[in-house]
Design a protein around this ligand. Sequence first.
Ligand code: ADP
Length: 159
Amino acid sequence: MSSAVYAGSFDPITNGHVAIIRSGLVAFDRIIVAVLTNTTKQPLFSVDERVEMIRDALDDDPRVEVDRFDHGLLTDYARGKGVDVILRGLRAAGDFEHELQMANMNRQLGPGIETVFISAGDYFFVSSTLVKEAASLGGDVKGVVPALVEKKLRDKFAR
Ligand code: ADP
């Protein structure tokens, strides 16, 4: 069975992330969504909330495993899971340089583990950061995030 690890902060998951996971499922039998728990930025949502929103967005698809990734190298995490592919999404050209550096660094750190990129589709302009900013200002983020995320953002920023 072919598997890939898709890691990120998912604070919160957006339709861009969902699109990458769905595309990933065309190429891989199973995707492990690894939620980074120790981001340097103060997250808006707790890890439990982030996991809940990911599960809900993917309708509890049995091909998707939602896990936490607490510390250490992503390559070690992947190896521990018996997976040798890291899945990443590419948005604008601005992502490219940093992603390429990370992919090459990860190849150095974890020989035998490869990064596979999937290009963003219609949601190329969406980022968790922008979504939070828009929602905090009272903007309507319907259509760019899953329904449960939209609701939770409304609750967080209710005034
Ligand atoms: P961010 O906080 O920037 O939204 P994450 O750290 O959660 O992102 O990102 C995890 C992965 O998802 C990265 O490979 C990132 O490039 C990708 N990604 C994020 N948003 C999108 C999008 N709108 N379309 C495609 N890929 C995306």
